[in-house]
Design a protein around this ligand. Sequence first.
Ligand code: NDP
Ligand code: GUA
Length: 481
Amino acid sequence: MAFQDWMKQANLIDGDWVGADGGATIDVTNPVDGSVIGTVPKAGKAETERAIAAAQAAFAGFRDMALMERCALLWKLHDALMDNQKDLAELLTVEMGKPMAESVGEIAIGAQYVRWFAEEARRAKGEIVPAGVNGRRILVTKHAIGVVGMITPWNFPSSMLARKVAPALAVGCPIVAKPATATPYSGLAWGALAEQAGYPKGVVNILTGGARDIAGAMMAAPEVRKITFTGSTEVGKELIRQSADTVKKVSMELGGNAPFIVFDDADLEAAVEGTMVSKFRNAGQTCVCANRIYVQSGIHDAFVARLKERTEALKVGDGREAGVEQGPMIDQAAVEKVEEFVTDAREKGGEIVTGGRRHANGGTFFQPTVVTGATQAMKFATEEIFGPLAPVFRFDTEDEAIEMANATVYGLACYAYTKDLGRAFRLNEGLQYGMIGINSGLITTVEAPFGGVKESGLGKEGGSQGLEDYLETKYVCIDGI
Ligand SMILES: NC(=O)C1=CN([C@@H]2O[C@H](COP(=O)(O)OP(=O)(O)OC[C@H]3O[C@@H](n4cnc5c(N)ncnc54)[C@H](OP(=O)(O)O)[C@@H]3O)[C@@H](O)[C@H]2O)C=CC1
Ligand SMILES: O=C(O)CCCC(=O)O
C-alpha cells in the first residue's frame, strides 16, 4: 500500500463512507507549498445528527460485547497501525508538515495508546466498600459513559485521536469524531483502521466540515454523554459553556505556556538537548513546548552560546526529505503570530541571537529563533507561541524562578534542569502545572496521566486515569439480606 490508499476523501457514518449531503467539499493542502492534495466532505448538522444516532444505536451491543472481544479488537487496531506505520506517517507529514521521523513516532505512540488501553480495560474495577451499619452492602461499579464526541487539533492529527479513541473503545463507548480541517486525513484514517480491525458498524464515525456546525450538533445532542477536546483554550471554554445545557462530562486538553527552568547546577549539555526537543519538536507547535526558558545567571551565557549553536544546526525543509528536523508551520496565520512575538520582543529590548525571520524556503517556513533579554513584559511571557521561537529569560534565585514560572493562567507542562534532589521536590510542590519534567524535555508517555491544571484543561489522557474519563461510577446499596 501507499499513503494515498489511506487518504479517505469521504466521511464514515454508520459504516458507510459518504460525502456531505449537499456534496460540498473542502480542499486539503500540503503546508510545504500550499498545493492541494485532495478534498474532504464539508459535513454539518444533519450528517452529525445521523452519526450520533448510529453511534447511539450501536451503544448497547458494543457495551455488552465480552470484554476480551473488545480487547481483541483493540489489538487488531494496534496491529493495523503498526503494519501501516510508514504509510500513515507519510500521510501525516504530507498534510501537516512535520518531519517523517516525528510522524513515524506519532503513529507508534498512537499504537502504544491503543495497546495500553487494551490492557487497562481489564482493570476497570469497581469496589466493595465497608458499610457503616450491619446488614448493608455497598458496591461501586463502573460503566461505559455512552456516545463520546471528539474534537481534535492539527498539531498531532493521529495521536490526539489515539488517546481518545482507545480508552473510549476499550470500555465500550461508540465515538463520533471531528478531526481538524487542516489535517483531516490522519483522522479519517482511524475510520479505515477501525474497519480493518473489524469494529461493528456505527461504533466509529468520523466527520469533516464546519467546526461550529458539527460541534454544535454534538453539544446539543443528549445522547452524547461526553465531549473530549484538544485545542485552544478559547474554543475549550466555549465548549465547556455549551456542555452545560445537557450536562455532559468534558475532558479538555487546552493551551500551555511551559516554563523551562535551567539552574546553575544543571548538566549544560543535557539542558540544551532538552530545550531543543521541548522547543523545536513539531516546529514548536505542541501544547507542551517550552514557551519561556528561564536560565540562572551563572550558567546563562554558556547555555545561550550552546543553544545558538544547536539551533543554527537545525535542518529546515520538507518533512519528507531525509534528515529534516523542522518542517513548515501549519499556515500563514501561525507564521504571522511568531513574527508578532519577535517584533514585540525586539521593541521591548530583546536581542535576536539567531533567526527571527521567515525562512528562505518561503511559504510557511520560519527560521528557528533564539531571543535573549526576554522579560515578563513581552507578549510571550503570557501568551502561547506555538512556533520555533525560544525566548531566554535570566533569573537569580529559585523563588524568583518559581514565581515567574507560575505567573500565567496556564498550567500544562513545565520543565526544570537541576542536580539538586531537594530542589526537584520543592519544584514539584511549588510549580502549578499538571506535568513536570525534571531533567527531561520530553515527558509524553502512555503510562502517565497527560493533562493540565488552571486554564490548561480538565481531565487526563493516558495512565489509568485516562480510562476513568470514559466511565461512569454507580453505587448500589443492598440492604435487608
Ligand atoms: N493544546 C493544543 O494542543 C493545541 C493548542 N492550540 C492553540 O490554539 C491556537 C489556534 O489553533 P487552532 O487549530 O485554530 O485551534 P482550535 O482550538 O481553533 O481548533 C482545534 C479543534 O477545534 C475545532 N474548532 C474550532 N473552532 C471551534 C468551535 N467554535 N467550536 C467547536 N470546535 C471548534 C477545530 O476545527 P477546525 O479545524 O475545523 O477549525 C479543530 O478541530 C494555536 O495557535 C495554539 O496556540 C491549537 C491546537 C492544539
Ligand atoms: O500538543 C499537544 O496537544 C500534545 C503533545 C503531545 C506530545 O507531547 O507528543
